[in-house]
Design a protein around this ligand. Structure first.
Ligand code: NAI
Ligand code: 13P
Ligand code: ZN
Length: 347
């Protein structure tokens, strides 16, 4: 029988003010000595310093590293600085968390995910999206030993971030459709339980769309919960298949061609509208849900020129080629891409 390993976070702490418990949590997990915080230039002020204080209070020797990008070079540099550390903590957005996730895996130390915004479902996933010279790659990393999501910090982040997180998790709809397609066409390994959890995560957000509002702790909690369970769906699958399909290929393509890309989750949400159309499914329902949440549903709201939307659509199939989707191996012609974006109101 095929052997399988599922890696999950051991502890998940959410709630207002939970960041003050980071030191305690690390101590209870039996870490001691040096703790390394990986954070960003903005997020150090929002949360990094609080994490450092909490760790120092529990006698940790704290080292702080600031990163801006999630590239292979940055991962390598961080990995080298993790030597002798007992625990690494990623305090920030998706890029910071991906860097620490990958670097700590290479350095063979545990890491803790401390998201400062609910923008993405990499919070608890065992995968890392890392930029290289051709765009980005999805790499196997490891799951965080703990997730510490302070919903007070997350609710105070710009509302746009929360809406982006909703887009990232709603995109599971088309990711699962693509996965099923690949299973039928190529007999790709498919997990019913992972797909069910992935869709349940998306539905958690869709069901609450009317009550996801700016500044509310409850809204932050709903989205964080959905993002964590989507990450767990990736753990069960052992890949990002349940949470990344054709709509993510479109977003990754935009990251390459657009001079000023929007947030990952915002682009994935718009991609989901178009990929639902290609699958012959209810794309209007996705658009209307994103509208309710106040997430972007078109090029104008993304702040991206329509020309780049068309270009990204025509090249999306070339990204993560191993991941078969509705875009097929040949992708869309320019005329088909333009029509798709027009019919769905994206351009
Ligand atoms: N590994 C995985 O499974 C997944 C990885 N990702 C990756 O995550 C990245 C997207 O993550 P994002 O967080 O959208 O982008 P990001 O990490 O670039 O963060 C966006 C911006 O928000 C700022 N920020 C974070 N928290 C803030 C707060 N509380 N207040 C004000 N500003 C704050 C950051 O400093 C940054 O400038 C992409 O690279 C994507 O590929 C996305 C989904 C899943
Ligand atoms: O963003 C992701 C899931 O939301 C992961 O995407 P990739 O596996 O395409 O990098
Ligand atoms: Zn994503």
């Amino acid at each position: 029988m095929r052997q399988k390993k599922i890696e999950l976070p051991r502890e998940i702490h959410t709630g207002p003010g939970v960041i003050k418990k980071v030191g305690d949590i690390c101590k209870n997990l039996r870490f001691k000595g040096k703790a390394t915080i990986v954070t960003g230039p903005k997020t150090i002020k929002i949360a990094g310093k609080k994490v450092a204080e909490s760790l120092k209070d529990k006698n940790f020797d704290v080292n702080i590293i600031k990163v801006k990008k999630a590239t292979k070079d940055v991962v390598e540099k961080v990995k080298n600085k993790l030597e002798g550390t007992s625990i690494a903590l990623g305090v920030g957005g998706g890029k910071v968390i991906d860097v620490v996730k990958m670097a700590s895996k290479y350095a063979n130390v545990h890491f803790i995910s401390v998201p400062t915004a609910a923008t993405h479902d990499g919070i608890a996933s065992p995968r890392a999206s890392i930029k290289n010279d051709k765009g980005s790659v999805s790499l196997p990393a490891h799951a965080p030993i703990a997730v510490i999501a302070d919903t007070d910090i997350i609710r105070k982040a710009p509302y746009r971030f929360l809406a982006a997180g909703c887009g990232d998790v709603i995109s599971n709809y088309t990711a699962v459709l693509d996965w099923k397609l690949a299973h039928r066409l190529l007999y790709e390994r498919y997990s019913e339980s992972s797909a069910a959890l992935s869709l349940m995560s998306a539905k958690m957000v869709i069901k609450s769309a009317d009550s996801i509002k700016k500044g509310l702790e409850e809204s932050a909690r709903i989205v964080v919960k959905a993002l964590i369970s989507s990450g767990i769906a990736m753990s069960i699958a052992g890949s990002s298949r349940p949470a990344s399909g054709s709509e993510h290929k479109f977003s990754h393509a935009l990251d390459i061609v657009a001079p000023k890309p929007a947030l990952h989750g915002e682009q994935c949400g718009v991609g989901t509208i178009m990929m639902m159309y290609l699958h012959g499914k209810d794309w209007k329902f996705i658009r209307d849900t994103l509208k309710k949440i106040n997430a972007p549903t078109n090029a104008y709201e993304l702040g991206i020129d329509p020309e780049y939307i068309i270009e990204a659509l025509t090249m999306a199939h070339k990204i993560r080629k191993e991941r078969y989707t509705i875009l097929g191996d040949r992708g869309l012609t320019r005329a088909a891409a333009k029509r798709l974006a027009e019919v769905t109101g994206v351009i």
